[in-house]
Design a protein around this ligand. Structure first.
Ligand SMILES: Cc1cc2nc3c(=O)[nH]c(=O)nc-3n(C[C@H](O)[C@H](O)[C@H](O)COP(=O)(O)O)c2cc1C
Length: 361
């Protein structure tokens, strides 16, 4: 029997069958309106990705609380006004045979300066979450997940990476709490455990729960990976269906090789759920190598910013045109296009370019 994994093979996350192993990693296109609403331009990006034959799309991160948004274009996942547009979005993606999972986040230190920023320990200009706030936070998550299921998403990804709130709870650097949510690692994990305990009640075979985690910390402490391996085991026990492995040391983003592969393989060796690996994939050879080492799904962001039709190019053996210039991190916010290599322009809301709003983010 040939057990070799193939990029174009169907595989499952929980009960959810994906047409292939290619995933669009969560990418904030800054195409939400100032009110946090889904726009037609946003849906167009997802239609193009689905049309290209991608297995799974993870959305831009979306807010669970209108008062805790990361920036002025952060879409509010539980805003009732978005219901119709979300249905249009999920129907569109499903029409082409792709699946779509919504990434939800609570910004923590990434919070917009236009609001009171709530964090685990209230460092800097922020306010510490009380235990009541944590209960409210879990409740809001659960309401949001129910809403996202109702409007046709195939699951939810909990953002536990890149310095967003759940990752801040896991880092001793940000989590200085002395109550049951701080201190030892099992206490720092408690908020995730409590959230998953409730979220599991919403899950079914066609609606999955996945997470995105850091495998490296910002300051690259050697012990961090061992902590994250334990946390991945606990997440599996707590019902997470797949884990996307990323990292918080953004300088790695200049590399055009899968820089978290070694860590992701170590995590894979310790869990029995699919591992989605993101970061640096640009050609099929790198993808096949990762699959041969045990990785289950290949996730990418910038190659799809450069070309929403990249899956078709990949099928023809072409590599991504992305050069890791990293201008996409900025021009999404400041110009009427999303990649310095693209000739076409995505029309964004003029309000995004209002200097005052940009300064406030
Ligand atoms: C413009 C831009 C926006 C991003 N937005 C998100 C996001 O909303 N949520 C998230 O988890 N990661 C986000 N990322 C990180 C990507 O998902 C991915 O982890 C990272 O870009 C590395 O993958 P790549 O080498 O394929 O680009 C973003 C990346 C870029 C370039």
């Amino acid at each position: 029997m040939n057990l070799k994994k193939n990029i174009w093979q169907k595989d499952k996350i929980g009960g959810l069958e994906l047409n292939n192993r290619i995933v669009r990693s969560a990418t904030n296109e800054h195409l939400g309106s100032l009110e946090g609403h889904v726009t037609d331009d946003y849906i167009k990006v997802y239609e193009n990705l689905a049309k290209s034959g991608i297995g799974l799309i993870i959305t831009s991160h979306m807010a669970i609380d209108a008062n805790q948004r990361a920036e002025c274009t952060h879409i509010c996942a539980n805003d009732i006004e978005n219901e119709k547009k979300f249905k249009q979005l999920t129907d569109t993606v499903h029409r082409y045979g792709s699946k779509i999972i919504a990434q939800i986040s609570y910004p923590g230190h990434h919070g917009s300066k236009m609001q009171v920023v709530k964090t685990p320990s209230g460092l800097g200009q922020t306010e510490a979450l009380s235990q009541e706030d944590i209960k409210e936070y879990i409740k809001k998550h659960i309401e949001t997940i129910k809403h996202l299921k109702k409007v046709g998403f195939d699951g939810v990804q909990l953002h536990m990476a890149h310095g967003f709130l759940l990752s801040e709870f896991l880092y001793p650097f940000y989590n200085k709490r002395t109550d049951c949510y701080g201190g030892a690692v099992n206490n720092r994990y408690r908020i995730i455990h409590e959230l998953l305990d409730e979220a599991n009640k919403i899950k079914d075979s066609n609606f999955v729960l996945i997470s995105k985690i850091d495998s490296v910390s910002k300051s690259e402490e050697s012990e961090f990976l061992n902590q994250q391996i334990e946390i991945c085991k606990w997440q599996e026990r707590d019902g997470i269906d797949a884990i996307e492995v990323s990292g918080a040391n953004f300088k790695k983003y200049n590399q055009t090789t899968p820089y978290f592969l070694e860590n992701a393989v170590k995590i894979k060796d310790n869990v029995n759920i699919p591992i989605i690996l993101v970061g640096g994939f640009r050609n099929t050879q790198q993808m096949e190598d990762a699959l041969s080492k045990g990785i289950d799904f290949i996730s990418m962001s910038r190659p799809f910013i450069a070309d929403e039709n990249f899956v078709q190019k990949l099928k023809n053996g072409e590599r991504s045109i992305c050069t890791n210039c990293n201008k996409c991190f900025e021009i999404f916010k400041t110009e009427y296009k999303c990649c310095s290599l693209r000739k076409d322009k995505i029309k964004q809301y003029e309000i995004n370019f209002n200097e005052n709003i940009l300064k406030a983010n």
